[in-house]
Design a protein around this ligand. Structure first.
Ligand code: VG1
Ligand code: CO
Length: 543
């Protein structure tokens, strides 16, 4: 039996960079999650007999929404739902499950690196049949539907589905498969990487620490690192997923993964320190005594990927988001393969991966991945690093220093100004936009502006155009800064200021990042006037 519930639209159900993210309390309003999910089902492409994957990062409110989504899928004619045991599926695992079982799409319930709990954040993201986040045309159709929705449908049966028990049951005609959330993904990793070589290196003394931040990667990392690769028990820290991530931000950066960072800077540091975020798609990489910026990690992984079996035959191309440093472009040039520059957000990589134009993709926000799925993948990046360490026998520091000696170094930092008054944040963007046309040729301190624009992207595969994707100010010599507003926050606005300075091979390759960026930081302050327009004299987070 199906119940149809009359509904009126909620305002603001507009998916951002990565799905709809709001405070839990917003999602708890009666009908809020239901109208959004119904809007997804109303516009999703799905044929006869379609399967839907559902999983989340285990945060507070996950189980309630999953229980509802399963019964709504039954009412909306899906033939099968695959759901991770306990409602758990990391974002990359969900992407893999969609692809492996040829589902028509999936609902990923996560607010990623944002904190969890009754007063914190929740999110719903729809992924399409290729396993990747719905492209803008689809998210816009979903949003349009949310503004016209007048009913949602739910099966009366199914309230007794036990999410904790692996197995199959029925709601009406719809099959519900509660699956092991880890096994398929761990098997995929075993196909991509040389597990035997890594195991051998572990026996020979290769050590690591992985901080799962009480988030979704705990079970995945324990299975893969400790059980399959033989790292000792305890290699995975904070490995039990908690609904509130232990009260922390599950954000693998130098601020929120401070304990790991301090360990890696201490005499007791293992060879590799790594962490992932709430939903398992980000990665933090730290060598003994050396932090590798995500932009550098992308470039170094691309340059060394041939050590892993899956990439031994070479890469088809490398794609990075616009604010990500140009380090990866230099690797692409050396490899003689294309380098693509896309707007922020993994949804823009999907067409390039599907068309075989890129193999490895990355973002400065600690996202790296490949064509094995259609999401960024935290553990994948960690395993590729491990594979490279095992194959070369070199420590992380040596790999980094040799890389810079070959390609030069892109010093890089991102300043985040969080929870800024939205009007003030818009004013920063408007004021800088107004100057763009006049800036080229202007001297700012010791720097000279060589280009200034608002980044617009035309997808080389399907021709879709995305305008206003961030303001870029480039300087002679390859340095630049970028300003854009976050599309994942749930409170006020977050201004992101991305800073980059290129040092050629004969330049200073072992400098301190913030010192090396001083002139660019000064130039950004003069031109973007964040302090003057928002009253913020220092960023909240520097990554
Ligand atoms: C941020 C990052 C972006 C990333 C997105 C989703 O978006 O900058 O690179 O793809 O988060 O990552 P924004 O709009 O806040 O800058 V996740 O791990 O939150 O799914
Ligand atoms: Co994430």
């Amino acid at each position: 039996m199906i119940t149809t519930v009359a509904a009126t639209p909620f305002s603001g159900q507009k998916p951002g960079t990565s799905g709809l993210r709001k405070k839990v309390r917003v999602f708890q309003q009666p009908g809020y999650a239901e109208t959004f999910i119904q809007s997804v089902f109303d516009v999703a492409e799905r044929g006869e007999g379609a399967a839907l994957v559902i999983g989340g990062d285990g945060r507070f409110h996950n189980r309630a929404v999953i229980a509802t989504a399963i019964r709504m899928a039954a009412a909306n004619g899906y033939a099968r739902v695959l759901v991770g045991q306990g409602g758990i599926l990391s974002t990359p695992a969900a992407s893999h499950v969609i692809r492996k079982y040829r589902a028509s799409g999936g609902l990923i319930l996560s607010a990623s690196h944002n904190p969890g709990g009754p007063d914190e954040d929740f999110g719903i993201k729809y992924n399409i049949a290729n396993g990747g986040p719905a492209p803008e045309a689809v998210t816009e159709a979903i949003y349009a539907r949310t503004q016209a929705i007048d009913r949602w449908m739910i099966a009366e049966d199914g309230a007794d589905i036990d999410l904790d028990r692996i197995g199959t049951s029925l709601i009406g005609d719809m099959i519900v498969d509660v699956i092991d959330p880890v096994a398929d993904y761990a098997d995929l990793m075993e196909q991509l990487f040389d597990f035997a070589a890594i195991r051998e290196a572990v026996r020979g003394g290769l050590t690591m620490a992985f901080d799962a931040m009480h988030a979704v990667t705990g079970p995945y990392a324990t299975e893969i690192l400790e059980r399959r690769l033989g790292f000792p028990t305890g290699t995975v820290h904070n490995g039990t997923p908690l609904e509130d991530f232990g009260g922390h931000h599950p954000d693998p950066n130098l601020v929120h993964a401070r304990v790991l960072y301090d360990l890696m800077m201490s005499p007791d540091a293992p060879a590799l320190g790594a962490a992932s975020d709430g939903d398992g798609d980000r990665n933090l990489i730290i060598g003994k005594g050396i932090f590798i910026t995500p932009s550098d990690s992308l470039a170094m992984l691309a340059a060394n990927a041939h050590h892993a079996p899956a990439y031994a035959g070479g890469l088809k191309g490398i794609a990075r988001s616009m604010p990500t440093s140009a380090a990866a472009d230099r690797v692409a040039e050396a490899l003689g393969i294309p380098a693509w520059e896309t707007p922020t957000g993994w949804k823009f990589f999907g067409t390039l991966l599907d068309a075989g134009k890129a193999t490895i993709c990355g973002e400065e926000s600690a996202g790296t991945g490949s064509d094995h799925v259609r999401e960024k993948d935290g553990l994948w990046a960690v395993l590729l690093w491990l594979n490279i360490l095992a194959a070369t026998g070199k420590p992380v520091r040596q790999i980094a220093e040799e890389h810079w000696a070959r390609f030069g170094r892109n010093y890089y930092a991102r300043f985040d100004y969080e929870n800024v008054d939205s009007a003030a944040a818009e004013a920063v963007v408007a004021a800088l936009t107004a100057q763009l046309a006049d800036l080229p040729g202007t001297a700012v301190g010791p720097l000279t502006v060589s280009m200034a624009d608002s980044f617009a992207y035309t997808d080389p595969v399907d021709g879709a155009v995305s305008a206003d994707q961030g303001l870029r100010i480039g300087f002679a010599g390859g340095s630049r800064f970028v300003v854009r507003l976050s599309g994942t926050g749930t409170q006020g606005a977050t201004i992101r200021l991305y800073l980059e300075r290129y040092e050629p091979l004969d330049g200073i390759l072992d400098g301190d990042t913030l010192t090396m960026l001083t002139d660019i930081i000064d130039a950004a302050e003069k031109l973007a006037r964040i302090a003057a327009l928002t009253g913020r004299t220092a960023p909240d987070v520097v990554t």
